[in-house]
Design a protein around this ligand. Structure first.
Ligand SMILES: [Zn+2]
Length: 185
């Protein structure tokens, strides 16, 4: 799944807060956006979907941080909880996408996301065939609705920018391996 799809999911997860605790919702949404984007920083260094992808540890940490946010409610604790929740959601849903191959639409790789406590890879389900697939864009669009219509300000701006990036990414996705190969040479 695209990084922007994960970020939009993080924002969407904070949408209920806009109705029950509107003063905390923007911080939660921004943290959700950041937490959704964060794990893919391991594309820059380390092993992608392993170095910064922790489906189990983020989930456990999100659970603890949520409990703390309930007991000591404030922007910092709520933002921490949503950051971790969104990062956990990212790593779990990565298993619903494609593998790590250069051309994931060829479906030749069986690494979806790494589960550290089990020391093994979870296989990709390919319900979303690959990151940047048309169905990925649909998903990003649906999860962007709260960012567009429930929130305003920075959250809405970020959502618009992320959607624009998604459209471009999906349009050029299948040409990226060629560019990447040429660039690495
Ligand atoms: Zn990822």
């Amino acid at each position: 799944m695209m990084n922007t799809t994960h970020a939009a999911m993080g924002v969407a997860s904070a949408a209920p807060l806009a109705f029950v605790a509107p003063e905390l919702a923007p911080a939660a949404a921004l943290a959700g956006f950041a937490g959704g984007a964060f794990p893919d920083l391991d594309l820059l260094s380390g092993q992608h979907r392993r170095t910064l992808h922790f489906p189990v540890y983020y989930s456990v940490a999100a659970f603890a941080a949520s409990a703390l946010a309930v007991v000591a409610t404030g922007p910092a604790t709520v933002a921490t909880a949503f950051f971790l929740l969104s990062a956990a959601l990212h790593c779990v849903t990565d298993a619903a996408g494609g593998g790590l191959e250069l051309r994931p639409w060829e479906a030749t790789d069986d690494r979806g996301v790494y589960v550290h406590p089990a020391s093994r890879w979870i296989r990709p389900r390919r319900w979303i065939r690959y990151d940047g697939a048309p169905e990925d864009l649909v998903l990003a669009g649906v999860f962007s609705l709260p960012g567009l219509f429930v929130f305003d300000g920075a959250v809405r701006t970020l959502t618009v920018v992320a959607l624009a990036v998604s459209v471009v990414y999906v349009a050029v996705r299948k040409r990226l391996p060629e560019i990447e190969t040429r660039f690495l040479r």
